[in-house]
Design a protein around this ligand. Sequence first.
Ligand SMILES: *[C@@H]1O[C@H](CO)[C@@H](O)[C@H](O)[C@H]1NC(C)=O
Length: 325
Amino acid sequence: MHSASSLLLTTLASLLSATYVHAATYSLHQNNVGTDFLSNFVWETTANPPGGRVEYTTQSDALSANLTYAHGDTFIMRVDDTATLSASDAGRKSVRIKSNEQYTTHVAVFDIRHMPQGCGTWPAIWEVDDTVGVAHGEVDIMEGVNNHSPGYSTLHTPNSCTMPTNGRNQKGTAVGNDCSSTTTESDGNNGCSVSSPFSSSYGPTFNANGGGWFVIERTSSAVSIWFWARGDDTVPAAVSGGASTIDTGSWSTPPIANFPSSSTCDFSTNLKSHNIIINTMLCGPWAGERYSASGCPGTCIDYVNSNPSAFTDAYWDFAALRVYL
Ligand SMILES: *[C@@H]1O[C@H](CO)[C@@H](O)[C@H](O)[C@H]1NC(C)=O
């Protein structure tokens, strides 16, 4: 009896220490809920990219126009749905926020109730140092256009970088494997995009389902992006419950996208410190380019100018954004 139970204890102890050694465990560093976003992010008034049709607002203007609303466990960023624009207007008012802090190795959990939807919309959650463009690399955690499901996760690099075509630990489908921003691929894009395998991870389907959780883990050896829809009972309790520690090694669900560092893509030269950026672009190089193909009416610019009420659902609603280091 005695020796059997001590053997059991020894076995348990070695199992626990083995788990501890192999797991990637992170501690909660910054918990953004409601008004936390106002102090931990800056409202960027970045100019439009070619063909873009937004006017990004300062924090004070966004708060007074209720394009930003932070209260309790709600943080909303919306697009103006009242003004009819003329050609001389800069664009439809929108919001773009950037974290004050920069990160390298980290986990970030985005608990989202609603994302911008509608023709002409291009919602994005991404990580980059936008003071240097793509020179320090860029990870697009989640983006898409014109209600067209699924969304995409993409790695952009300043230098040569190719992803393996096979054997990546991911559920999504690789659309391109040359991540270098100096190369334009046959689809007109650049970067290594992976399309989500879930229609529930983007647009109206995501919203109808009550949203869900996107998670990024960046280490020196890989970037991985997971998604769980609201109500998916396979979501790790630490993700849905906002735990103080997160152990990505304990998750059985493969990520939707996995970008490994390797001899053909050296992260040490391609990925530096990044801010987290969340924004809603209208039209521009992607949403404008794909506007008609997405089944949207007329031209993107005319639609944005003349149809304010079409942007009532073009809003983000975040329950939380938790950063773990
Ligand atoms: C601002 O937006 C919030 C969230 O949608 C809403 O509950 C609130 O009533 C709005 N405030 C005003 C003054 O419109």
